[in-house]
Design a protein around this ligand. Structure first.
Ligand SMILES: [Zn+2]
Length: 449
């Protein structure tokens, strides 16, 4: 008999392990999982024993590889304290911070050092960093790679902030040639600038006009470019926040060819749709936009077929004034949706309605994300993995009160949504995170544990 014991022992009548729900006892020493056994293998020895209720499921902490923290420089939008409090409350124990919307952008080693210094004393979950690939700093990619960023983000169209310009076709090829040489991941905001320029620019309160300003073809054309350059360079690429399902066929074909290209989508594309967005409701503005219900059905089919690899929040907060609620003008409003704390219940609510299991959600939001950035010791309940846990009540229903979330600003497309599934506890490295606990998160470096 295993005789499971440890510093911390969690007895879970329900847990997601090896892709399915089962009962288990999970033992932790030194912040890592050291044993997993059947409930009746527990030896009775443990300095701290936690028993989960029958309506609770033990999950690995989520790994969200697409979060805009914005500190330093735009801390009034979100900072490391508020972002990592929200993450913990939402069951996310690891985030990878995007290189833009903070000032400076993470496009040099110096900027990375500044971010790490600002983040270090504040973080309540583990935090890694993406670097940025912008026209004037393609020569900095190698040094940033050596400094431990998890890869590089670039745009093929305007990013929304002037200090993070997009790459043109030649610069994009140069960037991927370099990341291919380094073995680094290049993650791409894939909307084509030329296609967007040819559309009527967004202005006014009509959501349909905003949708028409960012058509699916903008994504299709840009993703075709990503695939071509991936093939040409032998690089590793990833398409962020896929909104239009029309590009899935070409991505599927690229993978069948053996190209190393992956793609993510987000809860707002999978659980919200254009038919339910009122004119003037700029809390729903994001780029690419939330499209119609038929497209959403096709995205779910893509997830079910593993044509979409994983799901991340793309938490992109701002202050209320930037959302221009009085004017309700989709041309003027900031594009971005704050969702870090509600991503898990939002996805679970939609997934269960479509017949998916909690194990599917864990694969999409924890295991697959962790694996793509090389964090194979996170995103799973397995011996040797970090003891990052979520105690989730999958049947508990609640309404989102944005002012009660830890997000810095009470602004979100998820305001007042009725969701199913609530995070009751979050643990990091075997220690429970509470509102009052000291910041216990670590700064992560690619390739190191
Ligand atoms: Zn983003």
């Amino acid at each position: 008999m295993l005789g499971v014991e440890g510093d911390l022992v969690i007895r879970a009548p329900r847990a997601i392990i090896d892709g399915r729900e089962q009962s288990a006892v999970v033992s932790v020493r030194g912040g890592r999982i050291v044993a997993i056994g059947a409930l009746d293998t527990f030896s009775g020895k443990g300095s701290q024993i936690v028993d989960l209720a029958d309506d609770e499921v033990l999950l690995p902490g989520l790994v969200d590889t697409h979060v805009h923290v914005n500190e330093p420089g735009r801390t009034e939008w979100e900072g490391f304290d508020s972002a990592t409090r929200a993450a913990a409350a939402g069951g996310v124990t690891t985030i990878i911070d995007m290189p833009l919307n903070s000032i400076p952008s993470t496009v040099t080693v110096d900027a990375l050092r500044i971010k790490r210094e600002v983040a270090a004393p504040q973080v309540r979950v583990d935090v890694g960093f993406w670097g940025g690939a912008v026209p004037d700093h393609l020569g900095d990619l190698e040094a940033l790679h050596e400094a431990g960023v998890f890869g590089f983000k670039c745009f093929l169209a305007d990013s929304g902030v002037e200090e993070f310009p997009p790459l043109d076709a030649d610069q994009f090829r140069t960037a991927m040639t370099e990341t291919a040489r380094l073995g680094a991941l290049l993650i791409v905001h894939a909307e084509d600038a030329g296609t967007l320029a040819a559309a009527t620019p967004a202005s006014g309160r009509v959501y349909g006009d905003f949708l028409a300003s960012r058509p699916p073809t903008a994504e299709d054309v840009a993703i075709a470019q990503v695939i071509d350059v991936t093939r040409e360079t032998g690089g590793r690429s990833h398409v962020v926040h896929l909104s239009s399902a029309s590009a899935l066929a070409s991505l599927r074909a690229a993978r069948a060819e053996g190209l190393d290209v992956t793609v993510e989508s987000c809860p707002h594309y999978l659980a919200l749709d254009a038919e339910h967005i009122a004119d003037g409701a700029t809390s729903f503005k994001c780029c690419p936009p939330i499209r119609d219900h038929a497209n959403q059905d096709a995205l779910w089919a893509g997830l079910a077929a593993s044509d979409i690899d994983f799901v991340v929040s793309d938490h992109s907060p701002s202050t209320a004034d930037l959302k221009q609620f009085d004017a309700g003008d989709f041309g003027l409003a900031w594009g971005g949706i704050a969702s870090l704390q509600v991503g898990l219940p939002a996805m679970w609510s939609a997934a269960r309605e479509r017949g998916h299991t909690l194990a599917d959600v864990v694969r999409w939001m924890a295991t697959a994300t962790a694996d793509r950035v090389g964090l194979h010791h996170k995103g799973r309940l397995a011996v040797g993995a970090d003891a990052d846990f979520v105690v989730f009540a999958p049947d508990e229903e609640w309404d989102v009160d944005v002012s009660a979330l830890h997000h810095r600003n009470p602004v979100s497309a998820w305001a007042d949504h009725h969701l199913t599934g609530q995070v009751r506890q979050t643990w990091l490295h075997g220690i429970r995170i509470t509102n009052d606990s000291a910041p216990g998160g670590r700064l992560l470096t690619r390739g190191q544990r």
